[in-house]
Ligand binder design. Structure first.
Ligand code: TMP
Length: 207
């Protein structure tokens, strides 16, 4: 079996973390060698960058600074964790990747999807997921799901308009990468969503 890079994308509150945990258990039962990780974060340096980006006190952060910090954390996570795992023939299941930057910074922050993609190229050097599963949920429903969390980060606390722009950004991203993005309706019972995502992933692994 060869390594595969699989990204799980979607708006805040789409269920990425819960779904990735459940998928990982199912992959373990099926003895499929994999790691799970997340962006921004996944390793110490990138988690430190995550804390800077998402600290609710950092209200002065400029949009380009934000985009560059996401790209910096992405770079470190890629070289320190993702690429070595792929070289060891592992399946890498990653919550978020460059598509998030295109949607949130490119469209949400109005920096331009192409501009944000080009600064990210310096960081990722053409490494892209083999498959991206997009958990589709409206920003309104997503945000209402996370509203009861004890701590909300700087991006969670952004306006609904920002989250709506990010969602519209994802629409463009889906078209840009239509050959490797699969959309799953995430506004359903968790078990059905998990089962659908699992089937998609296993189909890809089994080629
Ligand atoms: P998380 O809550 O899914 O862990 O992600 C943290 C926040 O960061 C979430 O609101 C989405 C945002 N984000 C971006 O704006 N750009 C990015 O490139 C990434 C990876 C996340």
């Amino acid at each position: 079996m060869k390594g595969l890079f699989i990204a799980i994308e979607g708006p805040d509150g789409s269920g990425k973390s819960t779904i990735v945990k459940k998928i990982s258990k199912m992959l373990n039962i099926d003895k499929i060698n994999h790691i799970t990780t997340r962006e921004p974060g996944g390793i110490d340096i990138a988690e430190q960058i995550r804390n800077i980006i998402l600290n609710p006190n950092n209200t002065a952060m400029d949009a380009k600074t934000e985009a560059l910090l996401y790209a910096a954390s992405r770079r470190q996570h890629l070289v320190e964790k993702v690429i070595p795992a792929l070289k060891n023939n592992k399946i890498v299941l990653c919550e978020r990747f460059v598509e998030s930057s295109l949607a949130y910074q490119g469209h949400g922050r109005n920096l331009g999807i192409n501009e944000v993609f080009s600064i990210n190229q310096f960081a990722i050097e053409d490494v892209m997921p083999d498959l991206t599963v997009f958990l589709d949920i409206s920003p309104e429903v997503g945000l209402s799901r996370i509203a009861s969390r004890s701590s909300l980060d700087r991006l969670d606390l952004e306006t609904i308009d920002f989250h709506k722009r990010a969602y519209v950004g994802y629409e463009t991203v889906k078209k840009m990468f239509k050959d490797r993005i699969i959309v799953v309706d995430a506004n359903r019972e968790l078990e059905s969503v998990v089962n659908d995502v699992y089937k998609i992933i296993v189909n890809k692994i089994r080629g």
